[in-house]
Design a binder for this molecule. Structure first.
Ligand code: CA
Ligand code: CA
Length: 277
């Protein structure tokens, strides 16, 4: 019979050009009923009947798996490889996309510069501070033996450690971002659940929390100094105001006690000779 999927003629003319059949290759056989085109099942051995369809094709470890378009970018990994959640527009992040952990090259470059600068600078400060602490006879240390200087030095030491931890975190993230600049989405889940990522997260939290704690202490010390400065001038102002307000009363007291200077030259009554004297 014509177009029944079984070729009877030697040249397959009974199966050529059938509108009710889908041809899996450019040859008349094999072919399948047209109803099996795009039915989300591979009926052709090469899967050609499921190509150019509206559904999404997962290629999981060499096998073909079909899902609805509605399942793409829905937050659920329907393909075994998770490729349905790594299509353009799936990754909703200001810094990442489906290809890169850090999309902006400018931000990645800045991350490299800041992390390297923080690591080098903070390490230098830590080494210098420790060296000064364990060698008390150094001239520089002798010149800075005041309590205030020691407190400031320890606060800077604490701040250097916290910034060094943050620098290590940023440096590690920069390395990872540079390694995954083409297929980040594919390794995102594995990376986020890895012990390396958890350790870096802990380092970041410890560093930032310690930095905030140190900054609070420094800010409190600055606030105390400013408050003392303001209170000093406030007290001086009160004292000056008292002096100014007491000037009139003091002046009156002086006038009362020394009337000759305030009432003008005294008029003296001339001594008249006694009448008849
Ligand atoms: Ca099919
Ligand atoms: Ca999905």
């Amino acid at each position: 019979m014509l177009c029944d999927g079984t070729s009877i003629c030697d040249n397959h003319t009974d199966e050529r050009g059938c509108s009710t059949r889908f041809y899996c290759t450019d040859k008349p056989t094999p072919n399948i009923p047209i109803e099996k085109k795009c039915n989300m099942q591979a009926d052709c051995d090469n899967g050609a009947d499921e190509e150019e369809c509206s559904h999404f094709t997962c290629k999981d470890e060499g096998t073909l798996h079909y899902i609805s378009r509605d399942a793409v970018c829905d937050g659920i990994e329907d393909c075994k490889s998770g490729i349905d959640e790594c299509q353009p527009g799936c990754v909703d992040s200001a810094f990442s996309d489906e290809k890169s952990m850090i999309t902006s090259k400018a931000i990645l470059t800045l991350s490299w510069i800041i992390s390297l600068g923080a690591m080098i600078g903070c390490t230098a400060v830590i080494v210098i501070t420790i060296r000064a602490a364990i060698t008390p006879l150094m001239p520089d240390n002798l010149a800075s033996t005041s309590t205030r200087t020691k407190v400031v030095s320890r606060l800077i030491f604490s701040l250097s450690i916290s910034d060094l931890l943050v620098g290590i975190y940023a440096f590690s993230i920069s390395i990872k971002a540079s390694q995954t600049d083409t297929d980040y989405c594919q390794v995102d889940r594995e990376w986020r659940s890895s012990s390396t990522c958890s350790t870096l997260g802990a380092i970041m939290i410890i560093g930032s929390e310690q930095s905030v704690f140190t900054m609070v202490i420094i800010a409190s010390q600055r606030l105390y100094s400013v408050t003392r400065f303001v209170m000093f001038f406030f007290q001086k102002g009160i004292l000056l105001l008292r002096v100014l307000t007491n000037v009139p009363s003091n002046f009156s007291r002086v006038c009362a006690n020394t009337p000759t200077h305030c009432a003008g030259p005294r008029t003296t009554v001339p001594n008249h000779p006694p009448i008849g004297g």
